[in-house]
Design a protein around this ligand. Sequence first.
Ligand code: BG6
Ligand code: MG
Length: 223
Amino acid sequence: MTTVDRNMKFKNIKGIIFDLDGVLTNTSEYHYKAWKMLADELGIHFDRNINEKLRGIPRKESLEIMLAGKVVSEKEIKRLMDIKNNYYNDFLTQMNPDDILPGVLELLCETRKAGIKIGIGSSSKNAKTVIDKLGLESFVDSISDGFSVDNHKPAPDLFLHCAANLAVSPENTIVVEDAESGVEAALNGGFWVVGLGPAERVGKAHIVFPSFENVKLRDFIGN
Ligand code: BG6
Ligand code: MG
């Protein structure tokens, strides 16, 4: 189900802000496994469908969705978030540059060569660790992460924060997202948006690719 709009090309692009989880690497699987381990311990049903709702959603809000209405104290919320994050970080220890998704490295190289600035706009507080593990630090001009802003996606704040650090305007910047909330955040900020994944999830983006495999910069950027 390729829904690439080959006729649409962005012009005068000065920056690209990439979401991290699900765009540069498939950390969604590690997030899923970590939440599942915690949910099993708590005797709460959790599956991949529920996990889909957590794409792009910060840790605390993700926990609230996982708890499915179960009421717990703020202290317990903090304890449960730490447990999940420890599981997640255990998975991250295995991560290496082989975990970069197909087509991503080539696209980052092209972007660099074209003189376009590269930012990361991720809701994750582990974003810097993941970028390090993937060996992508040298490609990245600025990282806005789970510590950068208060209002999370679909608020545009994180992407606006990143664009400001890159010194680019939204109308000259593309955001790449795999989450519905992320696509909405980018649209709310006035950015151009590339959606990665099924149209049911990212179909509101200006251009949609199933993944970056075999995608070149010229497929979505014109002169
Ligand atoms: C987002 C992921 O990038 O980061 C979410 O899509 C995750 O699934 C969120 O919950 C927060 O991540 P972290 O690493 O701060 O728990
Ligand atoms: Mg994502």
